[in-house]
Design a protein around this ligand. Structure first.
Ligand SMILES: C[S@@+](CC[C@H](N)C(=O)[O-])C[C@H]1O[C@@H](n2cnc3c(N)ncnc32)[C@H](O)[C@@H]1O
Ligand code: SF4
Length: 349
């Protein structure tokens, strides 16, 4: 199994092959676009709690740790990675890259981590600092972390850039910057409307297609592009779809399918299980009350979700609204991306 191999195969529902674990939703950043930081968490999962969940999932192939900035809980991340490695399960950590140092890299390598995935939306410290409202030193920490990961003999490095109004005009520039650092896997993430930015989409299909076409034209041939959540924006048969389809014949350009709720679920730090942390944070149960496999196999909410999100040979756990900036008009009729209603952990825990 390699990075995104599940998203690259035609995965249907029926087997829970991947979980994402929000080890913590605490974060040292406050990205305007993000709906995943500082969610309610009364207690965080221990390594043993996670191991108990993993042991109930016979088809599990991949565990991704993504919060919040999960590396703020480094020991728990390390313990989960060690446990997964001992079971032959691949692991990925998503990080903003600002809290790693040499000792932590060596511990993650020793634990058997498969993939480190970094967010990168800028190419210079000044614009990074202005956009995120953080000191300029943060940018050099991120660049150092990416370079160190690239040099790792065992960890695979992925850089992710969100396609939104901030990056739209310089996707190729960010791509080249990452490729020059030695990155060979660049994930392009479509913007997911989220609570902190008022559920607004910043780009319409035309602007998205133009940015993607320009990026593909300037792709570094040593680096593969993976496009995530594109199915939320481009319906088969639409003008945008027809325009981009030929560009996706290039073997270095990968269309990654949405597997949320079908082959992957998100486990929040208090035990709640969500369909997708960002795209559809609906809670379907809590692992301290029901085991995850039972939830996956029997939840009526999950079954209804999977059916309702299949459309014209495509599937997406959320849908881009028809017009940029359009607010949800009919919350009952679309996947409303609200803050998850977290189930309180039982007092005895
Ligand atoms: C929620 S973050 C957690 C990991 C880590 N703190 C980071 O920033 O990489 C995981 C990924 O979600 C992406 N993300 C956050 N909000 C998003 C949004 N509204 N649309 C698309 N991607 C988003 C981030 O860029 C990041 O790559
Ligand atoms: S995207 Fe990552 S770094 Fe930014 S606020 Fe969300 S969790 Fe924190």
């Amino acid at each position: 199994m390699t990075f995104k191999s599940l998203e690259m195969s035609r995965v249907g529902a029926g087997s829970l092959r991947a979980i994402e674990i929000g080890v913590t939703s605490r974060c040292n950043f406050r990205c305007d676009y993000c709906g995943a930081y500082d969610l309610l968490e009364r207690k965080i999962l221990s390594v043993e709690d996670v191991a108990n969940v993993i042991d109930t999932l016979p088809d599990l192939q991949r565990v991704k740790l993504s919060g919040g900035e999960v590396l703020l809980e480094f020991d728990i991340c390390e313990g989960i990675v060690q446990y997964c490695t001992s079971k032959g399960i691949e692991t990925q950590i998503n990080s903003n890259g600002t809290v790693l140092d040499e000792e932590k890299f060596e511990r993650l390598e020793a634990a058997g981590l498969s993939v480190l995935h970094f967010s990168l939306n800028h190419t210079d410290a000044a614009s990074h600092s202005a956009f995120y409202r953080v000191t300029e030193k943060m940018f050099s920490k991120i660049v150092t972390a990416i370079s160190r990961a690239v040099a790792s003999p065992s960890i695979d490095t992925v850089v992710e850039t969100i396609l939104f109004d901030e990056t739209e005009s310089r996707m190729a520039q960010v791509h080249r910057f990452a490729a020059d650092l030695g990155v060979r896997k660049h994930e392009i993430q479509m913007e997911i409307p989220s609570v902190h930015q008022g559920y607004e989409n910043t780009l319409d299909s035309d602007r998205i297609c133009t940015a993607i076409a320009d990026l593909i034209e300037h792709r570094d041939p040593r680096t593969t592009l993976f496009f995530s959540c594109l199915s939320a924006y481009l319906r088969p048969g639409s003008a945008g779809w027809k325009r981009l389809q030929p560009l996706f014949r290039d073997p270095g350009v990968i269309y990654a399918s949405c597997i949320e709720g079908k082959a992957q679920l998100h486990l929040h730090s208090n035990g709640d299980v969500m369909i997708c942390e960002l795209g559809n944070p609906d809670v379907i149960g809590n692992v301290f009350e029901t085991d995850m496999l039972t939830m996956y196999e029997e939840s009526p909410k999950l079954k209804a979700f999977v059916q309702s999100k299949h459309e014209d040979q495509t599937f997406s756990c959320f849908r881009h609204f028809d017009k940029p900036g359009q607010k949800v008009a009919n919350p009952g009729g679309v996947a409303l991306l609200g803050m998850p209603t977290l189930v309180a952990r039982p007092a005895s825990e």
